[in-house]
Ligand binder design. Structure first.
Ligand SMILES: Nc1ncnc2c1ncn2[C@@H]1O[C@H](COP(=O)(O)OP(=O)(O)O)[C@@H](O)[C@H]1O
Ligand SMILES: [Mg+2]
Length: 255
């Protein structure tokens, strides 16, 4: 398997994951480059979400999960260091469906910083504005910051979710099929946003939409039955796949 040429932000080696007796990831090794977009593609049930969740130890919350192997982020083995709260601050996550809290737009974005102990109103205002700007949603919500976030459209809510992640000042943003619940125009907005975000963040995105992977990502990993079959620059994976199974998948022959 070809390894990356750029700077590795995240280095995964021989990762195996079991849900009880059932193995979901098999010897996954790959380097994720800093300030690039890495797409994870593959048929449903092949382990994309499971892999994504290992990167900020979200699987720790699931009973009976066993993990072996190493995941190093910025030279720190995240399964050996104990500070999971710090890890989840550094590695933020955006889910498939917008999951805003039933509170105002402002309070949603300020939630994490407040939980970290930031109380100063001016400072919070600044974080909220910068985060909403960073998520390309400020102009749409600046006059209704005190209104319920649940009154926004799905696409707007997803961008507020991204703002909420940004407010924690992460290095890495994990996105699990972030546009699968959105209409085409909102999807396009989120894709444009991802292109902006990679200037500042390392992004790992799961998508079952191959056009989306081709549009937004620099590198693509193809998963099948819990294994990484091929990992390369996105253009190669789509235009010149090395493995027959990758070719079959990207040409739509299965999945
Ligand atoms: N919480 C869980 N408990 C047990 N098995 C799970 C759990 N989550 C996922 N799995 C299983 O692990 C495999 C990979 O699932 P998942 O990572 O969700 O795949 P994908 O995101 O590619 O659709 C599937 O067989 C799925 O049924
Ligand atoms: Mg999934």
């Amino acid at each position: 398997m070809k390894q990356s040429e750029g700077t590795a932000k995240i280095s995964v080696k021989d990762l195996n994951l079991f849900y009880g007796e059932k193995q979901a990831l098999f010897d996954v090794s790959l380097d994720i480059e800093e300030k690039k977009v890495t797409a994870l593609i593959g048929p449903s049930g092949c382990g994309k979400s499971t892999f994504l969740r290992t990167l900020n130890r979200m699987n720790d919350l699931i009973d009976g999960v066993k993990i072996s192997g190493d995941i190093v982020i910025d030279k720190e083995d995240i399964y050996k260091s104990a500070d999971v709260i710090k890890l989840r601050t550094k590695v933020g996550m955006v889910f498939q469906k917008p999951n805003l809290f039933p509170m105002s737009i402002y309070d949603n974005v300020a939630y994490g910083p407040r939980a970290q102990g930031i109380k100063n109103k001016k400072e919070l205002n600044k974080i909220v504005e910068e985060s909403l700007r960073g998520a390309a949603i400020w102009d749409e919500v600046k006059d209704r910051l005190k209104s319920s976030a649940l009154g926004l459209s799905g696409g707007q809510q997803q961008r507020v979710c991204i703002a909420r992640a940004i407010a924690m000042k992460p290095d890495v943003i994990l996105m699990d099929e972030p546009t699968s619940a959105l209409d085409p125009i909102s999807t396009l907005k989120v894709e444009e946003l991802i292109a902006q975000l990679k200037k500042a963040y390392t992004i790992v995105i799961v998508t079952h939409n191959m056009q989306q992977a081709a549009r937004v990502s620099d590198k693509t990993a193809f998963f099948l039955n819990g294994e990484v079959i091929e990992y390369d620059v996105t253009n190669s994976v789509f235009s010149n796949p090395k493995d027959q199974r990758t070719e079959d998948y990207v040409t739509g022959r299965f999945g």
